[in-house]
Unconditional design. Sequence first.
Length: 400
Amino acid sequence: MSELCSIYEVSRETGYHWLRRYREGGLESLQERNRKPQRHPNQTSEDVAEQVLELRRAHMRWGPRKLKWVLQRQAPEQAWPAASTIGAMLQREGLAVARKVRRRVEPYQQPFAGTDEPNRVWCADFKGWFRTRDGERIDPLTVSDAHSRYLLRCQAVEKTDTRRVQAIFEAAFREYGLPEAIRSDNGTPFASRAVAGLSRLSVWWMKLGIVPERIEPGHPEQNGRHERMHRTLKQETAAPPAGHRREQQRAFDHFRQEYNEMRPHEALGMQTPQSCYQASPRLYPPRVPEPEYGSALLVRTVRQGGVICWKHRNVFLTEVLAGERVGLLPLDDRWFTIFFAEFPIARFDSHRRKIVPLPREEILSMSWAGEGELPPSPAPHPQPQPQPQLDPKVSTMCPV
């Protein structure tokens, strides 16, 4: 044995090892064996793995971190595997679908108007329409709180007009109170081609003291957190769609409850939106207040046809404000700033009797809701001045 081991340059222990394997199983036992351990000491137990997979099958859109968070919330005494282990487990069982790698541009660095507490900004939009299996068109109106991501409303409307949309907002105001601002896109009924983009819905908001914010056309990313919710809403409720309208609305209601109360949100530190939201202290009034103007402004009523009277001559403003009162704040002997409630909406050239758009620097720096004294009066063509730290992409009709 010593001579053979010397010839083949192995130790005697190795030689006796191979001889023992030959005596136990013959030539077949000399084949290379798998050195993989039969069981890892930290291997996830079958019971724990089955609980993870069962929760995943119930919520196919939840990722590993959400699954782990919910499991820890349900059974905090149990030692649950890491999120990476859960991800590998889902992939091994065929319950994970790899996403396509997309090229992303550098994000815009300037912040939007502050959303540091609930009810500072609500986001509103229509989820893209689709049809139920019976062919009926579904237009879901969604409203969410920008800070807590709490989904306030998810309602399919028969028609996207002011009357139906206003009824949904009124119900939300009665339940949750009034926000400081509502951010939307430039479509109807949120905006129109009237002066300052006013619509009858935004006029109603302004009378309630709510700022109508409008994102820049063609930039849905400025309302990104709401658009991201829409993607999840589509995956959960519209792929595939329900059989009819009532069934589809039940799916929306179920999604809203799960989204608010069960589904942890990564942007909230894995808390649920319901745990981060509280109703607004500004209650919806029994009657919508009419705008009040101080003695420093000239008050005019917008007549049918959208005109105001100036020195016995009609000047067209907008039909959206027909029947409402506006205030004209004098800047000099020619120029006036037109206010609706406390919001500046346009500038009036009294010599030419013409309404012109309000300069952006005046929109950002000027509002008035006081009595008596005039606010600082900018010149008709003011010089550029430092502006507040607001996102220049956000198009607003009034100060934010």
